[in-house]
Design a protein around this ligand. Structure first.
Ligand code: ZN
Length: 186
């Protein structure tokens, strides 16, 4: 393929994969032993996919550049998150039957939430720009890491037990999450 330039990242892995970064860079992850020609063949077979996704990334960035959040707006979102998230955490923690530590609201470009091994929880203030069910899903997700510190089938079974329709907000986040995150980045 002579169209799109791509970067190859080799590592001890068994299969080849392709991803497009939020900045629109094409990254190919390949096994150490794979030949360049083989990698090029793989990439050229994905040309259609690359074109579609680059266009998507471009649209998201374009949209976001018109809606960049100001420092004041971010502060307001963080204040609101600080008021709205803790009571929801308490409610869902009871439902999940887990304890938790400190709750911290952050403004991050990459994560919606996290849960430390001690049960301290972080949530992204940008969740306030998503539908309410999405915030609840992220809360439930992080709380379920108090039971399973991974994304195994058992973890998802816990999530489903606490929030039976979690797939809807999860999909929303997949489809629209990067658009919201991009409002924070450049
Ligand atoms: Zn997780």
């Amino acid at each position: 393929m002579d169209g799109y330039p791509y970067e190859v990242i080799r590592s001890r892995r068994k299969s080849i994969s392709l991803e497009i970064s939020r900045q629109g860079r094409i990254l190919v992850r390949a096994p150490l032993s794979m030949r360049d020609a083989e990698i090029a063949r793989f990439v050229s077979g994905k040309e259609e996919w690359i074109r579609t996704h680059l266009e998507k990334v471009r649209q998201i960035r374009e949209q976001a550049s018109g809606q960049r959040l100001t420092a004041e707006e971010i502060r307001a979102l963080a204040d609101r998150a600080g008021r709205e998230i803790p009571p929801r955490v308490e409610m869902f923690a009871r439902k999940a039957g887990v304890s938790y530590g400190r709750i911290t609201i952050r403004n991050q470009k990459s994560r919606w939430g996290s849960c430390s091994s001690r049960g301290n929880l972080n949530f992204n203030c940008l969740l306030m720009l998503a539908p309410p069910g999405v915030t609840d899903y992220v809360i439930v997700h992080e709380l379920c890491h108090r039971i399973e510190m991974n994304h195994s089938a058992r973890f998802w079974a816990e999530v489903e037990r606490v929030m039976p329709d979690y797939r809807v907000p999860r999909k929303w986040l997949r489809d629209h999450g990067s658009g919201i995150m991009a409002r924070m980045t450049g």
